[in-house]
Design a protein around this ligand. Structure first.
Ligand SMILES: CC(C)(COP(=O)(O)OP(=O)(O)OC[C@H]1O[C@@H](n2cnc3c(N)ncnc32)[C@H](O)[C@@H]1OP(=O)(O)O)[C@@H](O)C(=O)NCCC(=O)NCCS
Length: 237
């Protein structure tokens, strides 16, 4: 599965293992579609948070696309009872496939990148994964304290909090990756993210945010760029 993932550049932000495939294997479901020799033609992965299933990956090798491989995987991956959410790529086959499983496109998911300087600097304090787990469950729709603890233990990860928001920062080379982040309201999340950005010595950062989030005008107004875009899909609004 890592061979397929590498072909799509999915492991670029990970310096080694454990990586997000390990997280899906530990805290969700990771499946591959094999060829006759048992090699992966494609794979899919989910993460669970309480009742919510987040489909995190669905990738088929280019030479085997459009031959029915991708369509088989969600049938097994999305068999839970609770709500389902995913970030669909710009490949029209992805949105079409997820619509068949009851999901609908709600808003763009913007992958923003930009300078860490020149932004408001709300105060934050360092915190531990277990101290933000309840707020994270509220913001994300379900409890994922084991996944949060796993993430917080990775090299280069620091968690920050305000009174009603939190944000994780992960150092990846000269860059930092922000998230997961959340709060009692989207504005509380935005304050925690801005505070976390102010703590880092890295010059540039990356974050994925729904298009309707208050961070979008704040970051684009400060000169950030949209590096990529998915579509946030879910089966309940
Ligand atoms: C998206 C992806 C996982 C789908 O897997 P796949 O094996 O190629 O897809 P399948 O052959 O199982 O099914 C594709 C379906 O999309 C339909 N489709 C193709 N183009 C379409 C379009 N423009 N609009 C609507 N439906 C379309 C096909 O008709 C087919 O349905 P059918 O089998 O009932 O005819 C795969 O193409 C892929 O890896 N793409 C690149 C990576 C990517 O973007 N992954 C999605 C991450 S969210």
């Amino acid at each position: 599965m890592r061979k397929v993932a590498k072909g799509f550049g999915l492991l670029a932000g990970w310096s080694g293992t454990p990586d997000f495939l390990d997280a899906e294997r530990s805290f969700g479901t990771l499946l591959f579609a094999p060829d006759d020799a048992g090699e992966a033609l494609g794979f899919g992965g989910t993460l669970r948070r309480g009742p919510v299933t987040h489909l995190g990956d669905l990738f088929v090798l280019p030479e085997h696309q459009s031959s029915g491989v991708g369509r088989t995987l969600p049938a097994e991956l999305l068999c839970g009872n609770g709500p389902t959410v995913t970030f669909a790529s710009s490949d029209p086959r992805a949105i079409a496939l997820y619509v068949r499983y009851g999901l609908r496109p709600w808003t763009p998911l913007l992958y923003l990148t930009g300078p860490t300087a020149g932004l408001p600097t709300p105060p934050v304090r360092r915190t531990r994964a277990e101290d933000v787990a309840a707020l994270d469950a509220l913001a994300s729709g379900g409890d994922r304290r084991a996944t949060l603890a796993w993430y917080a233990d990775l090299p280069g990860v620091t968690m920050y909090a305000t009174d009603r928001g939190y944000a994780a920062v992960r150092q990846t080379g000269h860059n930092v990756m922000i998230g997961p982040a959340g709060g009692a309201t989207p504005q509380h999340c935005a304050d925690a993210v801005l505070g976390a950005l102010a703590t880092t010595e890295a010059r540039t950062a990356r974050i994925a945010v729904p298009g309707t989030h208050p961070l979008v005008p704040a970051l684009l107004g400060a000169g950030w760029h949209i590096a990529d875009m998915d579509t946030l899909m879910a089966d309940v609004p």
